[in-house]
Design a protein around this ligand. Structure first.
Ligand code: NAD
Length: 388
């Protein structure tokens, strides 16, 4: 197991309660192997604690490059199967995201199942924190849809294997938005021949933590904004502060634009929506935008440049990784690293064109190459040590 927190780390401190193995953790890796999205996960765990209502799945996809880090999503899934599919897809995406961003991290994710409108209490997060403590740092959690720094603080009362806490600088949403902007700029430069977003029309779906900050950054550059959110208050805020035009959430992908930026939930690029797109570039923050992998090829054939989601939404993960080394999300070193997302995307797009492949396929390949290179380097080290 990796030593996630070396002695010099500012995180090296005792959790509030002692680490006691938790009874409610069941290893469901063997059963999950049958799932079409299994993708060779290292471990899949069911975590329950009845008195607090905790009902979660933790998926640890690949720890070749480092400990599995990934947010904790709280959502009202219709079935356990739906929750499993989501967590498996999300954790694999973090493995790819970390590898492509060049971070010494692996991929993992947790989903907490709730009912619609469910607002879990402190006891649930404390129970989840105790479960993470008993995993010994193999999985590090953080914020995701449905949770904030407050919930991470509750988890931190039980374990140090958590990021995004108030103490570590809170939500990485603004850093994620900065990275999406860098990726969008690179995609526009490639497709439209200018890296200036002034005058470009950008449709933004979802005005949450990332989408709203992205809109602020785009408005500051002089982009024309057309936005949608299921929350009318957020739309109103964007209209009032950023002079954004508001459209129906069900229609936003149909609006002619230079860039369509999905910043709500996943699966938005599917067989139905892609045919209706009227944009040159898709570049947004949402995880798992492609309903299925073949959609990337459909977009390529439609002459739409798709900036792979996990390549350009890595800003939050980069900030999280650097927070483990003592940096705060707004530090210049963090932002400089996040801006490199632009050159990473350009490299992927050029390689994709040279190989006649989609950028999404090339990004996956790049991640696999980096993981394979680490395996090979380890093999070479073992050979040197053993003299074989
Ligand atoms: P959020 O929950 O703060 O915001 C999501 C927004 O989307 C909300 O305002 C919600 O009302 C809106 N929304 C939901 N369904 C919608 C629909 N059908 N049409 C239009 N709007 C809709 O989430 P966030 O932190 O801004 O993250 C947005 C996306 O980016 C998520 O997919 C998340 O997984 C991904 N992401 C976030 C980060 C981060 O740092 N927060 C990092 C990487 C990826």
């Amino acid at each position: 197991m990796h030593d996630v927190f070396p002695a010099s780390s500012h995180l090296h401190r005792k959790p509030a309660s002692s680490a006691v193995p938790m009874r409610g953790i069941v290893d469901i890796t063997s059963a999950a192997r049958q799932h079409p999205d299994f993708a060779r996960h290292e471990r899949v765990l069911m975590v329950t604690e009845p008195s607090s209502g905790l009902d979660a799945i933790v998926a640890i996809h690949d720890t070749t490059l480092g400990p599995a880090l990934g947010g904790c999503r709280i959502a009202a899934y219709e079935s356990p199967g739906e929750a499993l599919a989501d967590v498996l897809r999300l954790s694999r995406a973090v493995t790819c995201k970390a590898a492509v961003a060049g971070l010494a991290l692996g991929g993992g994710k947790a989903v907490v199942r709730g009912r619609p409108g469910f607002r879990p209490a402190e006891a649930l997060f404390r129970a989840f924190g105790r479960a993470l403590e008993s995993l010994g740092g193999r999985y590090i959690t953080g914020e995701d849809v449905g949770s904030t720094a407050r919930e991470m603080d509750w988890i931190e009362a039980e374990t140090r294997h958590v990021i995004g806490t108030t103490r570590l600088g809170g939500t990485p949403s603004s850093t994620t938005a900065a990275g999406v902007l860098a990726g969008m700029r690179a995609a526009v430069a490639h497709r439209l021949g200018t890296d200036r977003l002034a005058g470009a029309t950008v449709t933004v779906q979802g005005l949450g933590g990332v989408g709203m900050v992205l809109c602020e950054l785009l408005a500051a550059e002089g982009a024309r904004l057309i936005v949608a959110d299921i929350d009318p208050a957020r739309c109103e805020e964007a209209r009032r502060r950023l002079k954004a035009r508001i459209v129906d959430p069900a229609e936003i992908h149909r609006i002619p634009a230079d860039v369509f930026s999905p910043c709500a939930l996943g699966g938005v690029l599917n067989d139905g929506t892609v045919a209706a797109l009227r944009c040159a570039v898709v570049a947004g923050a949402a995880n798992n935008q492609l309903r299925h992998p073949e959609i990337a090829e459909t977009l390529r054939r439609s002459d739409i440049l798709y900036a792979p989601d996990y390549v350009i939404n890595a800003g939050g993960l980069i900030a999280a990784f650097l927070s483990l080394k003592g940096y705060r999300p707004g530090d210049a070193a963090v932002l400089a690293r996040v801006r490199e997302i632009g050159s990473t995307l350009t490299g992927i797009v050029r390689r994709a064109e040279a190989k006649d492949q989609s950028p999404a396929a090339v990004a996956d390949l790049l991640a696999e190459e980096r993981i394979a290179a680490r395996h090979a380097a380890r093999g070479a080290t073992v050979e040197r040590r053993t003299g074989t």
